[in-house]
Design a protein around this ligand. Structure first.
Ligand code: GMT
Length: 380
């Protein structure tokens, strides 16, 4: 197949999923065309089967905001015709699915290019549900030729908010060869030179991730006598607030901010426990990546997280903001090596059994085929 993929190209779960899906499809012999403003972060190599088409935008003084959606639609239509795309697969509904639908409609006399929209989370729960976007998001869902969601939770939220239920749940995935434990890597000694245990948090430091809760968990663990450090991976609007919290609670000497990292698995592979105290998470890709690296996960019981983290088996779930319980669970796992390792092993088992690329990518391919058959039958 010739597949067009659009994602938000910077850091963020939906961009990672769309990029890794494209890479995997190319490895399976499909031709993948990324259409985006810049090369998506995880697409490091272009090649015979992986192409990149940059969305160009003219700047004009009349525009207070650049109409990216239109420039994207134009690029999608141009690429669809030139590269004979079989379908356009967009990640994150706003505005990608509307741009794709515009592109499809603008060229449909010449070639009908079905649009598949994958919902990731805030495109439904936060942004899409806002009155300013709700009607157009519902229209985008209705007009897409196929819609997938990354969790059962997100499907349910979409039905409730948009009264739209023709949705296939295809969960996020990891490559088990890439995400694995590497406890003897030199990075472990660099981060924990005195044999400390390592907690790790990975996010884009937005307020929904509640990254400052990680500092509170660390502080409580250290108060309880644990020789432990916290590694904060990523960057975003909350970073200075988190830094301040670390300073205020005297934790700055035990917290290492490493910023954005291209290879998250380097950090997950050498750590001991993963912290994800989010307020909102439709799937929790970071938790899945951590489990694949055999890290027990301390997270909140929200959104799609209970579908990914088995409470009491591969981690512990708590209510939002309950740092007391999260710290207690963290301390229990820090003190009991056998239990921590068993949780890690169970997490890896779940990640590989349920969410490996081998299992999930064929589900996308089958979905593409079903949508193509449906649209071809409708045209005949
Ligand atoms: O969080 C967002 O605003 C969007 C999105 C992103 O691009 O990071 O995150 C969502 O998609 C991820 C990949 O499917 C999920 O793992 C995240 O749970 C989800 N974030 C939220 O629902 C807050």
């Amino acid at each position: 197949m010739n597949i067009g993929i659009t994602v938000y190209p910077t850091y963020g779960g939906s961009g990672i999923v769309g990029s890794e899906l494209g890479r995997d499809l190319a490895a399976r012999g499909h031709n993948v065309h990324f259409i985006s403003s810049v090369l998506p972060t995880r697409v490091t190599e272009l090649g015979e089967r992986v192409h990149f088409h940059e969305v160009e935008m003219m700047s004009y003084p009349l525009f207070e905001h650049q109409p990216y959606d239109l420039a994207l639609a134009t690029k999608m239509a141009t690429v669809a015709r030139a590269e004979k795309l079989d379908l356009l697969h967009v990640h994150y509904a706003i505005p990608h699915s509307i741009s794709a639908i515009l592109a499809r409609e603008s060229i449909k006399e010449k070639r009908y290019v079905p649009v598949i929209t994958t919902l990731h989370g805030t495109d439904i729960t936060l942004v899409g549900a806002d009155r300013s976007y709700l009607p157009i998001t519902r229209y985008a869902l209705q007009q897409s030729d196929g819609v997938t969601a990354v969790s059962r939770f997100l499907k349910k939220a979409t039905i409730e908010t948009f009264d739209f239920d023709d949705i296939e749940v295809i969960p996020n995935f990891i490559c088990p060869q890439h995400y694995r434990r590497t406890p003897d890597a030199p990075l472990r000694a660099e981060l924990a030179p005195d044999g400390e245990k390592l907690l790790v948090h990975v996010s884009n430091f937005r307020s929904v991730k509640r990254p400052a809760d990680c500092i509170d968990i660390l502080a409580k663990a250290r108060e309880a006598g644990e020789n432990v450090k916290l590694v904060m991976v990523g960057d975003g609007p909350e970073r200075s607030a988190v830094f301040y919290r670390a300073e205020q609670s005297g934790m700055n000497g035990n917290t290492i901010f490493v910023g954005k990292q291209a290879n998250i698995s380097d950090y997950l592979g050498v750590a001991d426990i993963f912290l994800l105290p989010s307020e909102l998470e439709s799937f929790g890709l970071a938790a899945l990546e951590a489990q694949a690296c055999e890290l027990p996960v301390i997270a909140t019981r929200i959104g799609g997280i209970p579908e990914v983290v088995a409470d009491g088996e591969s981690g512990y779930l708590s209510e939002i903001g309950d740092v007391e319980k999260m710290a207690k669970d963290t301390i229990r796992l820090l003190r009991d090596d056998e239990m921590r390792l068993a949780f890690g092993k169970r997490g890896r088992e779940l990640a590989v059994e349920r969410y490996s690329t081998e299992k999930i990518i064929p589900q996308y391919i089958a979905f593409y085929e079903a949508v193509l058959n449906k649209t071809q039958a409708a045209a005949a």
